[in-house]
Write a protein that binds this ligand. Sequence first.
Ligand code: GAP
Length: 454
Amino acid sequence: MGNPKHPVLPNIMIEPKNDLMDKIISLAKRRGFIFPGSEIYGGLANSYDYGPLGVELKNNIKKLWWKMFVQQRSDVVGIDGSLIMNPKVWVASEHLKNFTDPLVECKKCHTRYRADQAPTICEVCKGKEFTEAKQFNLMFKTFLGPVEDENSIVYLRPETAQTMFVDFKQVLETSRMKIPFGIAQTGKSFRNEITPGNFIFRTREFDIMEIEYFIHPDNWEKNFDHWLSEQKKWIKAVGIDEKQVKYIEIPDGERAHYSKRTVDTEFLYPFGQKELYGIAYRTDFDLKNHEKMSGKSLKYKDPQTGQEFLPHVIEPTWGLDRTLLAVLLSCYSESEARSGKEDAVHETEVTLRLPKELAPIKIAILPLSRKDELIKPAEKILHSLQKHWMTQYDETASIGKRYRRQDEIGTPYCVTVDFETANDQSVTVRDRDTMKQDRVKIGELLDYFKEKLN
Ligand code: GAP
């Protein structure tokens, strides 16, 4: 995790699934999950924008994470820190010194490559000579205020962690937490990656969800194990295929500069087995350095024993964009046409089997025809349900096509308003996974979905 010195692991492929990546990228663009960034200007190397469905999915992952690790725990509180911090933070954390990747340059055309990923022949000009590897700092630099000189240089944060260390004392005092306790945060981080790639797997700005869990040093092993098992529970909760997940102990010499033990959670992406999450035992590395640099005490006094000590830290960290990618890869499924004979001519149908909590749209409302007697109750149902859940109204195309559109974006329920509705005040609810159809009274729809979705 986090260590640019950690060599790229060999691609361990169980079965080649390269076209799956293309399918996911095409679905994401076609249905408005993820677009290439700045596309009308020819794009900007490996930047992506989350579209209307993508932002829902991303927010739902974040909400579930916050619910599991902040809301439902009494020992974790959240913060939302600034992206630009006092540059002394990055001296104390040693990011200015150590947050580097080795870089080589083609001597002919000056194309740069990460030393551990460099080809033997330059991919641009076919040149065969490269410079010696030199260290390249991954932090984005900018200037604070109107003067662009040495004294106004600041950095965009490369990790969310540091605000949680720097604010440790303020959180402790205002929340009256006792050790062990954690500070959680989600938000953007920026790294000037030399070789971004593989869609949203490695980009230069991305979201991290992370906890700094402050402990007594005697208990680090127990807490490390606890957070590893919490990450395993999370994998299940978001619908990531557990068979594609491996836990890798990172050996001495390959861990980030601050870590005494690291276990990476790796996922078998179609382009190889690579990092998804990590847990690090950061010891008191950060608090100790911030204490030294700031001159402020960051010690904790145990109210029972009176013992004063610098807390140690277990840090479980989750990449949000990689989570979204692993979820899409895990939940994508194809089957032969199944939604009725009328459109079922040897077509492959796609279903995103997202956990209901993550689905961007929870319920689609589909009147069978555009006749007033169907549209009116359908609109009434829409207005009642959209107060509680993300819904989508669709009256175009055949019902089979509309079901398929919803399956493809992972909508768990479709409500069909038909010609019987006016007579029996009921609608048909179709379940994405079982294909079962329930006839439900309009007046009971709210309770029906409360039971299914909450
Ligand atoms: N505070 C520890 C830390 O930042 P990290 O392993 O460097 O650890 C955390 O980063 C997570 O962020 C990773 O596990 C990964 O999921 C994600 N991540 C790291 N670099 C990324 C990148 N360039 N693009 C997308 N996600 C990235």
